[in-house]
Design a protein around this ligand. Structure first.
Ligand code: NAD
Ligand code: DAU
Length: 364
C-alpha cells in the first residue's frame, strides 16, 4: 500500500511510520515539524527508499492537494495535531487552527482526491482519523469509555479533537468518504517529547530534579505502549469498517502518583545515584491542572472482538522498555531538553489573554 501519514514526525506518528515501512508499505510522512515534530524520530527509516518526507501544514490546502496528487495514497492516516493539554490551556488558538481547521482542510482535499479515483481504487481507499479518549470527558471511580459513550470534552485540546471527530463522521455520512476513526488512551514509549508526564519524570528523575505531581496525584490514566498502538492503528485503518470508530486502550490503569513512583523504582534500580538517593524523595505536589480530568479508562472489546487486537505489553514491561530507551538514546532527547526543560505549562488563562481573533488569524 501507499500510505500518507500526517503528523508522522511526532511521537505516535513516527511509531506508525516505522511500523508501516517495516511491513513493506510505501510511506509519505507529511508533517509541519512544529516543536513536537522531529526528524530524528524517523532516523530508522530515513534511508529506506520506501519512505519519503514532505514538510507541510495540513491547513495549507494547495500543499495537501499537491501531496495527494503526486503520491497517490491508498490510505491516509491522520495523526497531525497539537497534542498537549497544558499548552492548549495557555494558547488554544493553534489547537483550533490545526486540529479543527487543519482536519477540515485535509477532509476537503481528500474528498476531492477520492472523487477523482477510478472505482476500483475508491473501493480500496481509506481515511483513518486518530483521536483520543479525552473526548469522552472524565470518569468516576467506576466504568469504562465505550465507542457509544457521549462526548463531553473538558479541555481546549479535547474540545478541538471532538470537533475533528465530528467533522470526520459527517464527511463519511454526508459525502460517503470511507473513513474509520479510533480513540485511544495515554500512550507512552520511545521518542516521546519530554513535556508529557512519563518522559518528563524519567528525565527529571535522572538529573535529580523535582518530579511535579499535579493536585493529589490520584488522577487515573490508562497507559498504552506506543508500539502496541501503532499495530492497532494499522489494523483499524486496513480492516476496520468505514463509518465505525474503535477504542484502543492499554488495560493498564494507573494513578499518576503510582506511575511516578514506578519510574523512580526502575531508575533507582538501573542507575543508582548516591548523590540523588531514593528518587521518590524528589516528588513534589504542585498546583493542579485547571479542569483536570479525574479518570480515563477504555473498553476495547469492539476492537478485540472484530479485529482480534489486544496490547502485548503490560505497564511494568512497557515502562522498563521505555526507561531503558531513554537511557540508551541521550542523543535523541538532549537537544529537546536544551529547548524545553520541563517548565510548568498550563497555568495561565490563555483563552482570555490571547483573544478569540487569534484563532482565525495569527493562532497562538
Ligand atoms: P505529537 O504532538 O507528538 O506529534 C504531532 C505531530 O503533528 C508533530 O510531528 C507535529 O509536527 C505535527 N503537526 C502539528 N501541527 C501540524 C500541522 N498543522 N500540519 C502538519 N503537521 C502538524 O502528537 P502524538 O502524541 O504523536 O499524537 C498523535 C495523534 O494522536 C494526535 O492526533 C493526538 O491527538 C492523538 N492522540 C495522542 C495520544 C497520546 O497519548 N500521545 C493519545 C490519544 C490520541
Ligand atoms: O488520554 C489521551 C491523551 O493523553 C492524549 O489525547 C493527549 O494527547 C496526551 O497528551 C495525553 O494527555 P494527558 O493530559 O493525560 O497527558 P499528560 O502526560 O500531560 O498528563 C498525564 C497525567 O499526569 C495527567 O493527569 C496530568 C498529570 N501530570 C502531567 C504532567 C506533565 C502531572 O501530574 N505532572 C506533570 O508534570
Amino acid at each position: 500500500m501507499k500510505v500518507l501519514v500526517t503528523g508522522g514526525a511526532g511521537f505516535i506518528g513516527s511509531a506508525v511510520v516505522r511500523y508501516l515501512v517495516g511491513l513493506g508499505h510505501e510511506v509519505l510522512t507529511f508533517d509541519k515539524l512544529t516543536y513536537a515534530g522531529n526528524l530524528a524520530s524517523l532516523a530508522p527509516v530515513w534511508e529506506e527508499p520506501r519512505h519519503s518526507f514532505q514538510q507541510a501544514d495540513i491547513c495549507d490546502g494547495p500543499a495537501v492537494r499537491q501531496a495527494l496528487e503526486a503520491f497517490q495514497p491508498d490510505l491516509i492516516m491522520h495523526l497531525a495535531a497539537e497534542s498537549h493539554v497544558d499548552r492548549s490551556i495557555d494558547g488554544p488558538g493553534t489547537f483550533i487552527a490545526t486540529n479543527v481547521m487543519g482536519t477540515y482542510t485535509l477532509l476537503q482535499e481528500t474528498l476531492r482526491y477520492y472523487g477523482a479515483l477510478p472505482a476500483a481504487r475508491q473501493e480500496r481507499f481509506r481515511f483513518h482519523h486518530v483521536s483520543t479518549d479525552e473526548v469522552f470527558g472524565s470518569l468516576g471511580p467506576e466504568g469504562l469509555f465505550r465507542e457509544d459513550t457521549p462526548y463531553q470534552p473538558n479541555s481546549p485540546y479535547s474540545a478541538t479533537k471532538a470537533a475533528s471527530d465530528h467533522l470526520v463522521r459527517a464527511w463519511h455520512h454526508t459525502y460517503g468518504l470511507p473513513a474509520v476513526m479510533s480513540n485511544c488512551s495515554n500512550n507512552y514509549g520511545p521518542y516521546h517529547y519530554p513535556e508529557k508526564l512519563i518522559p518528563l519524570v524519567i528525565l527529571n528523575a535522572l538529573e535529580g530534579a523535582p518530579l511535579p505531581i499535579y493536585g493529589t496525584g490520584e488522577n487515573v490514566r490508562d497507559w498504552l505502549f506506543v508500539e502496541d498502538h501503532a499495530e492497532a492503528l494499522v489494523l483499524i485503518a486496513t480492516a476496520g469498517r468505514p463509518g465505525e470508530s474503535y477504542n484502543v486502550g492499554g488495560a493498564s490503569e494507573q494513578r499518576n502518583i503510582d506511575v511516578v513512583k514506578a519510574i523512580c523504582t526502575v531508575l533507582d534500580d538501573l542507575v543508582p545515584d548516591a548523590g540523588i538517593g531514593a528518587r521518590e524523595g524528589l516528588i513534589r505536589y504542585v498546583a493542579d491542572r485547571p479542569g483536570h480530568d479525574a479518570r480515563y479508562a477504555i473498553d476495547f472489546a469492539k476492537l478485540n472482538g472484530e479485529l482480534g487486537w489486544r496490547p502485548r505489553e503490560n505497564f511494568e514491561s512497557g515502562l522498563e522498555k521505555t526507561v531503558r530507551w531513554y537511557l540508551a538514546n541521550r542523543a535523541w532527547w538532549e537537544p529537546l531538553r536544551a529547548g524545553y526543560h520541563g517548565e510548568r505549562l498550563g497555568l495561565t488563562n490563555g483563552g482570555a489573554a490571547a483573544g478569540a481573533a487569534q484563532a482565525l488569524g495569527n493562532a497562538s
